[in-house]
Design a protein around this ligand. Structure first.
Ligand SMILES: [Fe+2]
Length: 186
């Protein structure tokens, strides 16, 4: 369940409040149930997944990709699995923990672990959204944002792409004011 934190210390956990706060950014956030499948749940509880297990996960959750394919023109998806044992994890995460934008939407369905998206709203205010399992989020192209993992460094998420090229960060140099000092970031 997503959690939104504002700069004034207000925290929202109700989806309707979070949706309202993110309206100025045209960010879509929704809750998609994880399919009730014991094998899927067992795989998601593992830290490391084989290629076959990743394929199983994507197949089990294919219903959501089919919806995006038909309604929003998404072309492909993959499964990203991050944990402390991933080679060059620090370097990977450091690409995204500064303010940046993408030419393509950033669309994620969190299925295990957690991560934090930060956003700069049109009025310059900053918010941080913790995303957790069953959270679906679509960040429009051009939205200033950042992303980091909490101390556990664990997340599994399906990524949906509108183009096969994927996306790259374009840095904006906006200073991040929000990140609590107690959070481990990379
Ligand atoms: Fe990004």
């Amino acid at each position: 369940m997503a959690i939104l934190q504002l700069e004034n210390g207000t925290t929202y956990t109700q989806l309707s409040n979070i949706v309202r706060e993110l309206v100025p950014l045209n960010i879509q956030i929704n809750r998609w149930p994880i399919v009730d499948d014991p094998k899927l749940k067992a795989i998601l509880a593992q830290e490391v997944l084989s290629d076959a297990e990743k394929e199983y996960v994507l197949t089990a959750l294919n219903i959501y990709f089919q919806q995006l394919l038909q309604t929003a023109g998404y072309q492909s998806c993959d499964l990203i699995v991050l944990h402390p044992g991933v080679p060059n994890l620090d370097a990977l995460l450091s690409k995204f923990d500064r303010c940046h934008t993408h030419a393509d939407p950033e669309v994620r369905y969190i299925i295990a672990g957690e991560g934090v998206f930060g956003f700069v709203r049109p009025d310059g205010s900053q918010v941080e959204l913790t995303v957790e399992p069953e959270d679906y989020i679509s960040v429009p192209s051009g939205t200033e944002h950042w992303f980091y993992l909490r101390a556990s460094c664990q997340i599994k998420a399906v990524r949906y792409f509108t183009t096969t090229e994927g996306w790259v960060p374009e840095y904006t140099d906006t200073e991040i004011r929000l990140r609590p000092a107690s959070v481990v970031s990379y």
